[in-house]
Design a protein around this ligand. Sequence first.
Ligand code: ADP
Length: 403
Amino acid sequence: MSGIPALLLSAVIGGVAVLLALRGRIRREEERRRSAEDELARERSSRAEAEAAVEARQEALFENMVEGVLLLDEGGRVLFTNTACRLFFGLHSDLRGRSLMETFRCVELADVAAEAGRAQSVTGREIELSGPGEERSLQVNAARIVTPDGRLTGTLLVLHDTTRLRQLESTRREFVANVSHELRTPLSLIKGSVETLLDGAVQDPGAATRFLEIIDRHCDRLTFLIEDLLTLSRLESGQVAINFDTVPLRRQVAEVVDDFTRKANDRGVDLINAVPPELRARADSDRLDQVLANLVDNAIKYGRPGGSVRVEGRNIPDGGRVELAVVDDGPGIPPEAAERVFERFYRVDTARSREQGGTGLGLSIVKHIVQAHGGEVRLETAIGKGSTFRFTLPAAEPETSDE
Ligand code: ADP
């Protein structure tokens, strides 16, 4: 009988051992499965992180673009817009899911998108937007987005602001028209005088002198015009180097006053240098001479015959800058013209300017030179109260004495 329990015991022990081994295997399997799951979760989260990083990069890219970007789905509904695009149309809210027309209310934009949906290549069109107080030109390029099997999935529109380009083009056209006009007037007067001389006036000494004087005056006018145009063009293209030096302003103004004393006397104008002796600027003396000469010349030409022209100067209290002012007691300039006198070829009284040999470019040159010094120029004027042209320049460091 003793053999049976021993057999049973060994069978039980064997069974327990198998059970234990089985449990161990199950545990190890469980651990393996858990670690595989952990690995998968880690992979998923790092893939999600990578996708989020790509998305953030793309968003930063679109948000920092000056071009507007608009993405539509295959049904023409908004999927994405960047800030530039929303700003072009003055829109602020989330536009996703809304239709193009309902959101942008721009027929031309809808047309370009529709055209792009049909076309095989990129389509483009320039559109004009008129908002309150401002007009904007946009070049819109659009392309359809298709799957490899040719199914349309959406349309991408890129909007480029061409307003500045259009403005520059119109300024250039206006400039060419103005220059042509300014050249044509003296040229036709010269040509007319020459023809009259050839027709017989040359035989009459009195008439001949008169026509030769006309030719002489208009040749001068052409020369001034070409000189001013060249100066302006060099200033605008940044070709004029400003050689900064310490300029004692009273002395500089005294030289200009000397140059214009005769012209001032001819019109009975009292020309006064009221610049304090200690005032100094960091400036290019030759260019400053051009500024002062233009302003003093204008003040004598357009000011009151028998009046006065004063050049004043002061240190600006906030430091770092000085201000010069050319003050006349002439008829002044009407407000609508005062805003425009620094524009090229703008004149308040064209006939008077031409009669005085003016080119209409003097104040433009003044503005460019002052700005090239880092200064500002402004006009204070009122009808019957005279005109004051003020401009600023960098102040020179106070002189230190070597002891
Ligand atoms: P211009 O060669 O005709 O003098 P500017 O550019 O120097 O050209 O000046 C533009 C216009 O501004 C002048 O034609 C004139 O009508 C007006 N203007 C300039 N300075 C004065 C002033 N001190 N008083 C009145 N009008 C002035």
